[in-house]
Design a protein around this ligand. Structure first.
Ligand SMILES: Nc1nc2c(ncn2[C@@H]2O[C@H](COP(=O)(O)OP(=O)(O)OP(=O)(O)O)[C@@H](O)[C@H]2O)c(=O)[nH]1
Ligand SMILES: [Mg+2]
Length: 460
């Protein structure tokens, strides 16, 4: 970090294709000089943040367009360097020729995300804010966009920084105590220490919930629709989508392959995955379909085990339900065909006697009864206690660092409770703090930066 950035980069910041305007962006120490090189000869750059009209020349010096030019003087710019933007007319060619002119004059074509990387290297934004810029670009729902905007405005960094500082204070106090025990400074009783660690653990839990919700808003919830053949998995998929997407027949074994479609519920994308019914396969095609079903069961965030409430529960159903409960991952037992007027063979009470903790609900894919409640259950299972409007946009990397920090602090809490020793506690607090520092980008190497910024588009 903090490496000298000496060259001047240029790129088209707007999307390719016909549009009203296109923006060509330049950043670096020679930004003003290079902009002047492609602008009308004799044009002088406007004061910072003011626009001026100029003609623009290509690499051969030919006038190709009229553009508005604006400059931002270092350090008050997106990247923290001198920045110039040329707003040419839209359509890709004028912007492309203008860019070529800049490259010919000595600019270098920016790599994906390089403007934002410079903003980070120059301390304009931290790593979590940089990643939220990507979140804003990739947002597909209003809620996801709001979560990204909250992170960009610094909510995540402020929260993480304050937890990190508390960890640091606690750790250094404990270290003083370890290094100078003869000073007789038991500055904290075990109870006091425990209550500080518990408070920190609760804050990190809150953070992890908010981050999980943010990730859900962006990535969506993967929901596997599984069960024996003919229970109505494909019918449920169609009902949730409100369209006849999957083939439905009265013949068991209709669905052979995995079918994936997305619906949005309260701004959260739900990726619904219809699968082949689980049974002893009748042929090779069905066998591969079943293998895919099992893979989906492992992969999904929420697994629905669907039953036909008019059919008796067989031993396979029982063992699948117990298995799902045992794995303790998000699952719901769905009793379908509640519209049938005949005797109900499987009841919610019946399932509860098998697996008391499993959420169970009755619905009808045919009439639509219970579908809203199903979506609500899926969402609350996946989002835990995190409120949707408090979600913070994070990447999988940031969420994993938050969870590592939470795991370390939870262990530290146990270590204090079990009086394992203050050196162990101190080590665990340090581990938690290091995770938060990686999240903030205070500890990161070039490989990490490259992997983060290469996911951006050129020009951002
Ligand atoms: N009455 C009633 N019938 C339903 C309902 N849901 C599905 N069915 C019927 O049950 C049969 C099987 O439906 P599918 O949706 O194909 O079942 P599936 O679980 O996808 O079956 P496979 O793909 O063979 O594993 C069809 O005849 C549907 O019309 C429901 O809620 N009520
Ligand atoms: Mg089917």
């Amino acid at each position: 970090m903090g490496q000298a950035v000496s060259d001047t980069i240029a790129a088209i910041a707007t999307a390719w294709g016909e549009a009203g305007i296109a923006v060509v962006r330049l950043s670096g120490p020679r930004a003003m000089e290079l902009a002047e090189a492609v602008a009308r000869s004799g044009v002088s750059l406007p004061p910072p943040r003011f626009m001026c009209l100029t003609s623009v020349r290509d690499g051969d010096g030919q006038i190709i367009d009229q553009a508005l030019m604006v400059r931002f003087a270092a350090p008050k710019s997106y990247t923290g360097e001198d920045v110039v933007e040329l707003h040419t007319h839209g359509g890709s060619l004028a912007a492309q020729l203008c860019l070529e002119g800049l490259l010919r004059a000595g600019a270098r074509l920016a790599e994906p995300g390089e403007f934002t990387k410079r903003a980070f290297l120059n301390g304009r934004i931290d790593l979590s804010q940089s990643e939220s810029v990507l979140g804003i670009i990739h947002s597909r729902s209003k809620e996801a966009l709001r979560a990204a905007a909250r992170t960009l405005s610094g909510e995540l960094s402020v929260f993480v920084t304050s937890v990190r500082e508390e960890l640091l204070a606690l750790q250094s106090a404990l270290e003083v105590d370890l290094d100078f025990p003869e000073e007789g400074l038991p500055y904290r009783s075990e109870e006091e220490l425990l209550s500080s660690i518990t408070a920190l653990r609760q804050r990190l839990e809150d953070l992890a919930d908010r981050c999980s919700v943010g990730l859900l808003l962006r990535e969506g919830i993967r929901v596997a629709l599984t069960g024996r053949p003919n229970v109505g998995k494909s019918s449920l998929l169609n009902a949730l989508l409100k369209q006849a997407r999957a083939i439905v027949t009265a013949l068991p074994g209709t669905t052979r392959d995995v079918i994936e479609e997305t619906v949005t519920y309260q701004g959260v994308p739900m990726r619904l995955v219809d699968t082949a019914g689980l049974r002893q396969p009748a042929d090779e095609i069905e066998a591969s379909g079943i293998e895919r079903t099992l893979a989906e069961l492992r992969r999904a965030d929420v697994r629905l085990w669907i039953l036909d409430s008019s059919e008796p529960l067989d031993s396979e159903d029982q063992s699948h339900i117990q298995q799902l409960a045992l794995e303790d991952r998000g699952h719901i037992i769905v009793l379908n065909k509640s519209d049938l007027s005949g005797p109900v063979t499987v009841t919610e009470a019946h399932i509860r006697s098998l697996s008391p903790e499993s959420p169970v609900l009755s619905l009808s894919a045919k009439t639509g009864e219970g579908l809203e409640f199903l979506k609500e259950c899926i969402l609350s299972l996946a989002s835990g206690s995190g409120a949707l409007d408090a979600g913070l946009n994070v990447t999988a990397r940031q969420l994993s660092e938050t969870r590592l920090a939470l795991a370390a602090i939870t262990e530290a809490e146990t270590a204090v409770m079990e009086r394992i020793g203050r050196d162990v506690t101190t080590g665990l607090l340090a581990e938690a703090r290091e995770s938060l520092e990686r999240l903030l980008g205070l500890r990161c190497d070039d490989a990490l930066l490259d992997s983060i910024f290469s996911r951006f588009c050129v020009g951002k």
